[in-house]
Write a protein that binds this ligand. Structure first.
Ligand SMILES: C[S@@+](CC[C@H](N)C(=O)[O-])C[C@H]1O[C@@H](n2cnc3c(N)ncnc32)[C@H](O)[C@@H]1O
Length: 293
């Protein structure tokens, strides 16, 4: 199992989200919230919506599962909920910062493999591999091939994540494998579909919260900083704005010029819950339920 040394900007972003989310909004999780059923959409309710998402996930874990590999565990809060329910949970986490927090939360009962899933080597086998908003960060072929190795026959693959919808347009929001490619790929591995649930409607409102924060907090703070620097160091500010004009334009297009609201999300993305069962070649469906009676 190799250890990653260089921190990617994505990893840095997740760490900042973990620190700010916890400090300012008491958020434990790094995943979207699950809205609906009268819960008012707003940052003040995000922690509740995130707990609902976790409840939704846990309620779909099949009977018979006892051991879980939480791939991309964040700070370990879903794993902790599972441990408290009696599951034995190990985690994969490439981020030293998030791994340390997960270790503190989970204690010695859970092993944290501090590496990317692609690099994981272990002799352990699990009843279920779970990807809660981490599947998009891992190459499709690597994620599926590794899961075939580490999940027992009759075990499960659970994915809850954003995918790119089946449309030729792409919008400004990044993230997610193409859904069509995913369906095509998974057909090459020994997995049988148990559940495919579209929760785009329940997760899209998160984009309105993020868009509001970008427009009403991040952008004004940046503008104010630039104007402050412009007043103090006019020549240097002018030069930097010219030198990085393309990058600034790109960032503006991506984050501040619209295209990131819930309706855009519904157009270009699809948020899916997938549960697959790992079947043994030629033997048809043999779930843990049937194996363990
Ligand atoms: C959006 S967070 C989700 C965290 C947590 N599962 C949750 O639902 O709150 C994405 C997670 O994927 C992890 N991750 C990113 N690249 C990964 C990789 N190559 N292998 C395993 N985990 C990865 C990150 O470290 C982070 O913990």
């Amino acid at each position: 199992m190799g250890k990653k040394t260089k921190k990617s900007s994505r990893e840095f972003g997740l760490e900042v989200a973990a620190i700010c989310g916890k400090h300012f909004f008491k958020l434990d999780h790094l995943h979207y919230g699950y809205w609906g059923n009268g819960l008012e959409v707003g940052i003040a309710n995000l922690h509740r919506a995130q707990e609902r998402y976790t409840d939704f996930l846990i309620s779909h874990i099949p009977k018979g599962v006892e051991t879980v590999l939480d791939v991309g565990c964040g700070e370990g809060y879903i794993a902790k909920r599972l441990v408290d329910k009696g599951y034995k949970v190990d985690c994969v986490s490439p981020s030293p910062f998030l791994s340390e927090r997960a270790r503190e939360l989970l204690g010695a009962g859970s092993r944290i493999y501090e590496c990317g899933y692609e690099e994981l080597e272990t002799t352990e086998r699990y009843d279920m591999a779970m990807f809660s908003e981490s599947f998009q960060y891992i190459g499709l072929a690597e994620a599926l091939a590794q899961t075939v190795r580490f999940v027992n026959d009759g075990g499960y693959l659970l994915i809850c994540d954003v995918f790119k919808a089946d449309t030729n347009a792409s919008g400004v929001m990044g993230g997610g494998h193409k859904l069509r490619r995913f369906y095509d790929r998974i057909g090459r591995y020994p997995f049988e579909l148990v559940e495919d649930i579209d929760i785009t409607e329940q997760t899209a409102p998160n984009m309105d919260i993020l868009d509001d924060a970008l427009k009403n907090v991040v952008q004004p703070v940046l503008d104010s900083g630039v104007s402050f620097l412009g007043g103090r160091y006019p020549l240097m500010t002018k030069f930097l704005r010219w030198k990085y004009r393309r990058r600034i334009e790109k960032l503006n297009d991506k984050y501040f010029n619209g295209g990131r609201r819930s309706e855009d999300f519904k157009k270009y993305k699809t948020y899916r819950f997938f549960l697959y069962e790992k079947v043994r070649g030629g033997e048809g469906r043999r779930g843990l339920r049937s194996i363990r009676g």
